[in-house]
Design a protein around this ligand. Structure first.
Ligand code: MN
Ligand code: MN
Length: 291
């Protein structure tokens, strides 16, 4: 594999782009095994693996205007990272574009939600994760990746976020959430009810005009996406997550893909992350055309 490159087919200028890719090479809050800071470049490299023509939608991704901003600088702390990422993301929304944010550990995701402008169409969050990420603070850091759904909830309100694919929580998180009432769908419920019904229910519960997807790659079973900081068995399939993205695409405000950890990757996790970003772009482009 060669050195850093742009995301596949990202040839448009910022002004002309509908989608804007930003990488955040930051994994300082990773609790178990670091490596996600190499995620953005690995996902970019693998994104060139695919044909640009999308069989399902008929969209040719080479014709969709995508701009790649490259990576942010490297940060010494999550607080610095958050402040800087908010500033980088804000103009993307203001100009009516869709950010595609590549992490990094999941601490990199909340600033992309926090940057969403006041007065823009209402925003809900589909938070795909094996974990609840609902700690008020973790190891003394309220910007830890273990707190990310909670930080997003503070921006959009408890009724406008649903965590999907969960199968690992602490008792404290469950106790805390009794008072707060964030909804979540477990991976076990998805297995029981089927992915389509589960996704439809989750998306219907978000009464907002737009939906932001925060994708922690560990929501997917380690059999498909083992290269991540905290792999968790009994996950969703790769196709389940594709279906969730497809279903949310007509309302998509932004997408992040977090926690891909290349040091543990034989290439399949990065390729899957890249393909899911490509799916989102194709689906949104198809729904733009239909509008
Ligand atoms: Mn997470
Ligand atoms: Mn997770």
């Amino acid at each position: 594999m060669t050195g850093p490159t742009t995301f596949a087919d990202a040839r448009a200028s910022f002004d002309a782009a509908r989608f804007v890719v930003l990488g955040i090479p930051f994994d300082r809050t990773t609790s178990f095994r670091p490596g996600a800071r190499f995620g953005p470049d690995s996902i970019r490299q693998h994104s060139w693996n695919f044909e640009s023509y999308d069989l399902e939608t008929g969209v040719d991704l080479a014709e969709v205007p995508v701009h790649d901003l490259g990576n942010t600088e490297e940060f010494g702390s999550a607080t610095e990272m958050v402040r800087s990422v908010r500033e980088e993301i804000r103009p993307i929304y203001r100009k009516g574009k869709i950010p595609i944010v590549l992490g990094g550990d999941h601490a990199c995701a909340p600033p992309s939600v926090e940057a969403y402008p006041e007065g823009a169409p209402s925003l809900g969050i589909l938070y795909l994760d094996a974990h609840l990420d609902f700690r008020a603070s973790y190891l003394g850091d309220d910007r830890s990746h273990a707190c990310s759904s909670r930080r997003m909830l503070e921006k959009v309100g408890a009724e406008n976020i649903v965590v999907f694919g969960v199968r690992s929580v602490s008792k404290e998180e469950i106790e805390d959430n009794k008072a707060i009432g964030m909804s979540f769908v477990t991976a076990h419920e998805v297995a029981r009810d089927g992915i389509r019904a589960s996704v439809d229910r989750a998306l219907r519960s978000l009464k907002t005009e737009r939906v932001y997807i925060s994708l922690d790659i560990d929501v997917i079973d380690p059999a498909y996406a083992g290269a991540t900081g905290t792999p968790e068995p009994f996950g969703l399939s790769a196709r389940d997550v594709k279906l969730a993205i497809d279903a949310a695409a007509p309302r998509l405000a932004g997408l992040d893909i977090m926690e891909v950890s290349p040091p543990f990757d034989q290439g399949n996790t990065s390729a899957l992350a890249a393909r899911l970003a490509r799916e989102a772009i194709a689906r949104v482009a198809a729904s733009d055309t239909a509008r």
